[in-house]
Design a protein around this ligand. Structure first.
Ligand code: SF4
Length: 111
């Protein structure tokens, strides 16, 4: 069972007071927060262009083991400089939404 001192020292507020920090650095992080990693850690990245409109904003496509992980703006794109509009930012949902049409709808002539 954890002691009261151990519990208090694990509390980020106590660390901030003890270390006289402003609470915006490592002192404000819990062990769980420190152990967290970004979902794009260890992901491979491919450069692409947003498929929605003719502006052609650059996108970074993050993928792991053949699975799409995230799509973000490409900071090196001279057009968008890392920014995506709401449509471009929704590209991930365009590809991964469970109601995405996967079969082409075809209407035969005179049907
Ligand atoms: S991010 Fe927006 S503005 Fe840029 S290409 Fe895509 S849809 Fe067009």
């Amino acid at each position: 069972m954890a002691t009261l001192t151990g519990l208090l020292s694990a509390w980020p507020l106590i660390r901030q007071i003890r270390e006289r920090a402003d609470g915006t650095g490592l002192e404000a992080m819990s062990e769980k927060t420190r152990a967290m990693r970004a979902r794009i850690d260890d992901a491979q990245v491919a450069r692409s262009v947003c498929p929605y409109c003719g502006v052609g904003c650059g996108q970074l496509i993050y993928h792991k083991a053949g699975k799409l992980v995230s799509i973000e703006g490409d900071p090196e794109s001279p057009i968008s400089q890392g920014n995506l509009c709401p449509k471009g930012a929704a590209s991930y949902q365009l590809l991964t939404h469970d109601r995405r049409e996967l079969k082409m709808k075809y209407r035969a002539p005179r049907a």
